[in-house]
Ligand binder design. Structure first.
Ligand SMILES: Cc1ncc(COP(=O)(O)O)c(C=O)c1O
Ligand SMILES: [Zn+2]
Length: 440
């Protein structure tokens, strides 16, 4: 296929690769050095992005609004379900909380990934991009290892493209994630082990049958799709937030944001990069542990390569159960250069976060989303947010795939067989209890 639109440059050796055609032909590695990390470059002038972000008011149909800056040649290959066309909201209750208890004046913004058209998570854009690319290159079978949400999103979008998918999930993945793959007629392998083992077996499967495997957090399809959130912020807000808070498993989010900012840096659309505050759940926080150690020892030589590996991490947030943080060497310099932080949120409070969010907004935040909002509270506690800052929280998912969490959010039920036990009720009285776990 003729490709005059985009090419890859190897981040390790600088080799130029003529796009996904040769990429798949070389087992998704740089033909010169074997690296799996590439930067996607476009022939189209990046200045064209200014046109695409000019209209602040209309809702775009999907992230394919930015087609000219995505690694797909033929629009007929687009597989979409309205993903990426999601609003940035302002959450006044968090602004009031920060003001009242910490004396910090903030603008709190929330990127509603739970509203994505496909499967309602922040993995949908990545999966839509991958499905479109695979279709364009005539790939009929694919495989992926996942803690859950990527599996569900890929299963949905590849089914839409008529592509068969084998998914490798760890033994503790949510049952509803398994259902979300299987119900579309895609294959599930539930691995008797953790995510690291699921990845290993998936890689062996890929090699044995020559079926391409999704390249994980640095897969160019995933990164290019997720970079469009930056364009949407510029389109909807007209600025880049000062702080970006996301719950962290492998970190495609910040990698993609950094990629987008680098692409448009010379256009003068923003003045500084956001500080990345990446939040891990207390049951699986290897990157935070590595970071704390690096900080305490003043970032010694080789600090970005020094991280622990947690085998079979025990966490209540299975979507974030990535115990072997292979992307830390990429993320750590990013966080460092922006004066950001890796932090831990006490995952035992995730139900309390979701109850509070539902009480104040009517939005049912899923487990990984609760960790991100929890990270906002944690950031206040640690003094990481400054007066006047605009803080973006990536709300990654709703409760669709976490029925257990939804059940745990029940807290107002009284069982009775007698009206004598029933009395008038004022929901206002719940408020102070809901905020209590997050007070300074
Ligand atoms: C809802 C949600 N938020 C955050 C993450 C973490 O994403 P990342 O790979 O960017 O660390 C995941 C990963 O599965 C997720 O599903
Ligand atoms: Zn190379």
């Amino acid at each position: 296929m003729e490709n005059n639109k985009y090419f890859f440059v190897c981040c390790t050796c600088g080799e130029k690769i003529a796009g996904f055609g040769p990429w798949f032909a070389h087992q998704q590695q740089c033909p010169a050095c074997g690296s799996k990390w590439v930067d996607v470059r476009y022939q189209n002038d990046p200045a064209g992005i200014q046109q695409l972000i000019a209209d602040k008011n209309t809702r775009v149909e999907s992230f394919f609004h930015y087609f000219d800056y995505l690694p797909l040649i033929n629009r007929n290959n687009i597989i979409t379900s309205g993903e990426g066309a999601i609003p940035v909201e302002r959450w006044a209750f968090l602004e009031e909380f920060a003001q009242h208890y910490f004396g910090t004046n903030l603008t709190v913004l929330v990127y509603r990934n739970d509203l994505n058209g496909g499967t309602g998570t922040f993995k949908d854009v990545a999966a839509a991009m991958a499905a479109s690319v695979l279709k364009e290159h005539g790939i009929r079978e694919y495989c992926v290892a996942s803690t859950g949400n990527i599996a569900t999103a890929f299963a949905f979008y590849l089914a839409k493209a008529g592509i068969s998918l084998s998914v490798f999930i760890p033994e503790d993945a949510l049952k509803s994630n398994e259902a979300g793959v299987s119900c579309f007629g895609q294959r599930v392998y539930r691995i008797k082990g953790d995510y690291a083992l699921a990845k290993k077996i998936c890689a062996e499967f890929s090699k044995k049958y020559n079926i391409p495997m999704s390249g994980g957090n640095i897969d160019p399809a995933r990164v290019e799709a997720k970079k469009t959130q930056v364009f949407e912020w510029l389109r909807q807000l007209g600025y880049i937030p000062d702080v970006y808070i996301q719950s962290l498993a492998g970190g495609t989010g910040p990698i993609a944001i950094d990629k987008a900012l680098n692409d448009i840096r010379h256009l003068g659309l923003f003045t500084k990069d956001p500080r990345y505050i990446l939040v891990q759940p207390s049951g699986c926080n290897p990157m935070t542990v590595a970071w704390e150690k690096a900080k305490a020892t003043a970032y010694p030589d080789g600090w970005t390569q020094d991280f622990p590996i947690f085998n079979s991490p025990q966490t209540r947030i299975p979507t974030l159960a990535n115990g072997n943080p292979q992307t830390y060497p990429i993320l750590a310099p990013l966080v460092h250069k922006t004066n950001g932080e890796f932090i831990t949120f006490d995952e035992n409070l995730h139900v309390e976060v979701s109850r509070l969010v539902a009480y104040e907004t009517g939005i049912k935040a899923g487990p990984a989303a609760a960790i991100a909002v929890g990270g906002f509270f944690q950031s206040l506690q640690q003094g990481l947010l400054q007066n006047g800052e605009r803080v973006m929280i990536n709300l990654g998912e709703g409760t669709d795939r976490a029925p257990d969490l939804l059940e745990e959010m029940i807290y107002t039920t009284i069982e009775t067989d007698n009206v004598a036990n029933c009395s008038p009720f004022h929901r206002e009285t719940l408020r102070s209890k809901l905020y209590k776990p997050f007070l300074p």
